[in-house]
Design a protein around this ligand. Structure first.
Ligand SMILES: Cc1cc2nc3c(=O)[nH]c(=O)nc-3n(C[C@H](O)[C@H](O)[C@H](O)COP(=O)(O)O)c2cc1C
Length: 160
């Protein structure tokens, strides 16, 4: 097996989008920055996210059984930093959001959102893979925020 350092070093060369996965903690909005996100299947519409079981969000997603994947636009780096930080209380105090089907926050100004009901959890290593049934989604014009080589970048590719 390869070393953790070699694995991390090679993973830095993998470009990804950046999302904020929102959920509910006893009815209150919560969010976590996540780049481990992928489509699973079209029939049924489903996706996966990988969440560290030591993250507070892990418990909130497992207990509320709903989450919404918000795909960030190139000018939303501040949101990615906010939701990867250590804000404990009133995490949404200055954040604009709406809701869709599940009640999990849909952040303003994002490129797309996928509102999900938790369908399944697979535990592996430090993380859990959550499979979500997409119950509603939407897409808007803009350019994506990317993560590459340990930093955020506006991909600079605008789609209508
Ligand atoms: C670009 C980026 C991507 C991240 N992706 C993930 C991820 O896919 N899964 C995860 O569990 N944590 C990920 N994190 C780390 C969490 O955002 C971070 O640990 C967060 O503070 C956890 O918050 P919580 O304990 O309130 O849930 C990522 C952080 C950054 C900056």
């Amino acid at each position: 097996m390869t070393s953790a350092a070699a694995f991390r070093h090679a993973m830095r060369r993998v470009p990804t989008g950046v999302t904020v996965v929102t959920t509910l903690k006893e009815g209150e909005p919560r969010g976590i920055t996540v780049n481990a996100f992928a489509s699973v299947s079209v029939d049924p519409p489903s996706l996966l996210i990988c969440i560290n079981r030591e993250a507070r969000s892990y418990l909130f997603i497992s207990s509320s059984r709903v989450f919404c994947v918000n795909v960030l636009a190139g000018d939303q780096r501040r949101l990615a930093e906010h939701f990867s930080g250590k804000v404990r209380d009133r995490q949404f105090a200055e954040i604009a959001y709406a809701t869709d089907a599940t009640g999990a926050p849909v952040l303003g100004g994002t490129l797309a959102h996928f509102d999900c009901e938790l369908a399944h959890e697979y535990q592996f290593g430090s993380h859990s893979i959550f499979i979500g049934h997409v119950v509603s989604c939407g897409a808007r014009p803009g350019s994506p925020l990317g993560y590459f080589n340990g930093g955020f970048h506006d991909f600079g590719i605008h789609v209508e």
